[in-house]
Design a protein around this ligand. Structure first.
Ligand code: DAT
Ligand code: MG
Length: 149
């Protein structure tokens, strides 16, 4: 089953939206397989956002993601990467679809509340960066057969 890496960023944590965001993913039928509440180190932030190094917003992005704790998670399900990106909405909140997290709770790209992997490959890479293999929980959920075909 496909896995994807998700963060509730510092603004989402500070605004008390961890539960709301988890709730939306749960409600959708996705399955939580790992979670930890943590302060992001400078080193982890730089590795996670290495692809954006050199861009004008990079320094601000690193300051933002290290400014307060985050909720890091791995979610599983069919097409989990696309499903979670859809639930979060487009990068810019003013371009995010109504009903998405970034639309419903955000205004600015630099305070867009969440991160979600943008490909299956990056989902695997980011999961391995943020979690050790023992932190991933393999479990059967009673409703799985009513959510997964
Ligand atoms: P996403 O988080 O939707 O995958 P991304 O990978 O292109 O978006 O960028 C990572 C984060 O960097 C994004 O969530 C917010 C920030 N960011 C991206 N483009 C930005 C911009 N033009 N100005 C300010 N922040 C930006
Ligand atoms: Mg991205």
């Amino acid at each position: 089953m496909e896995k994807t890496f998700v963060l509730v960023k510092p603004d989402g944590v500070q605004r008390g939206l961890i539960g709301e965001i988890i709730s939306r993913l749960e409600r959708r039928g996705l399955k939580l397989v790992a979670a930890k509440f943590m302060q992001v180190s400078q080193e982890l932030a730089e590795t996670h956002y290495a692809i954006h190094k050199g861009k004008p917003f990079y320094e601000g992005l690193i300051r933002y993601i290290t400014s307060a704790p985050v909720m890091a998670m791995v979610w599983e399900g069919p097409n989990a990467v696309a499903a979670v990106r859809q639930t979060m909405g487009a990068t810019r909140p003013t371009e995010a679809a109504p009903g998405s997290v970034r639309h419903d709770f955000g205004l600015e790209v630099g305070r867009n509340l969440t991160h979600a992997s943008d490909s299956v490959e990056n989902g695997q890479k980011e999961t391995a960066l943020w979690f050790s293999p023992e932190e991933l929980v393999t479990w059967g959920r009673a409703v799985d057969e009513w959510v997964f075909e």
